[in-house]
Design a protein around this ligand. Structure first.
Ligand code: LIP
Length: 267
């Protein structure tokens, strides 16, 4: 990479802090106002999701003029050349709606679709997860490293469910089968934070289907820079065209094999 991506992390952190502040300040109003739905009745969007994304777009337009933004709520398209910013204004919106304090603002900078800088910021705890390609991953400034797990049967694995019920049924069958081959599984409801949990060794692995680019753009870079094996959507068809998979190296191959045997690739 011909440039140092670390200054992009500073921009992302500055903007994510402002968005996180807005998300917290407006939560009560946002969850009592009209809450709209997207792909299904359970796929919700609040006024705070929209306002957070607009704030990020407005700030990046000032701090990084001319660089396009792709966001969960308003979409967008990538730059033909140069940087593109990828934004999830509130990752874990259902948690946000219920007041379950496990959601985040996620901002990444990508070059030709590859993340080079990223931040995942938790409004409730204030935790700031960051990474710059080639420069490591950090939690609140402390360098991160994945777990040393090397036995699948003693591994803690995170996962997620799609919004469509019939797909959830198939996913449940897969995870039920896998649950007999690992220590335990966790469903926390925010992909960006699941990816960061692998980076910190809080989970040994995480896998999910049907994530948007905004769900993984920052978190997957943080996991990779912490030493995880990372497979992004389209990179491992046997796991499914839209599968995201991250794992500590010591169990990655065994988990991948077990997931395929449990039908993960055909949910
Ligand atoms: C959520 C993801 C989560 C997934 C949910 C949803 P959102 O993103 O973070 O992992 O299981 O279905 O996609 O919609 O809260 O930004």
């Amino acid at each position: 990479m011909s440039f140092d991506p670390r200054p992009l992390v500073d921009v992302a952190v500055t903007v994510a802090r402002e968005a996180a502040d807005l998300v917290q300040r407006t939560r009560q109003a946002a969850v009592t106002a009209q809450v709209d739905t997207k792909s299904t009745a359970t796929d919700v969007v609040t006024e705070a999701d929209r306002a957070s994304e607009q704030l990020v777009r407005d700030r990046l337009a000032v701090l990084r003029p001319g660089e396009p933004v792709i966001g969960e709520e308003e979409g967008g398209s990538a730059a033909v050349e140069g940087l593109t910013w990828v934004v999830d204004p509130i990752d874990g919106t259902v948690n946000y709606l219920y007041g379950l304090p496990h959601y985040a603002v996620s901002i990444a900078a990508q070059l030709d679709g590859v993340s080079v800088a990223g931040v995942v910021l938790e409004p409730v705890s204030g935790r700031v997860w960051t990474a710059a390609r080639g420069h490591g991953a950090y939690l609140d400034g402390t360098r991160l490293g994945v777990s040393g797990a090397n036995r699948l049967d003693l591994s803690l694995v995170g996962y997620g469910f799609a919004y469509r019920a019939e797909r959830r049924q198939r996913q449940a069958t897969t995870w039920a089968a896998l649950s007999t081959r690992v220590r335990d599984i966790r469903r926390a409801g925010a992909a960006s934070l699941d990816l960061c949990a692998v980076a910190a060794g809080w989970l040994d692995a995480y896998a999910e289907h049907a994530l948007g680019r905004w769900d993984w753009a920052a978190g997957a870079l943080i996991a990779a820079e912490a030493g995880a094996v990372v497979r992004l959507p389209g990179e491992d068809p046997e796991l499914g065209e839209d599968a995201t998979f991250v794992a500590t190296p010591g169990i990655a191959e065994d988990l991948r094999t077990a997931l395929v045997e449990c039908g993960f690739g055909s949910v």
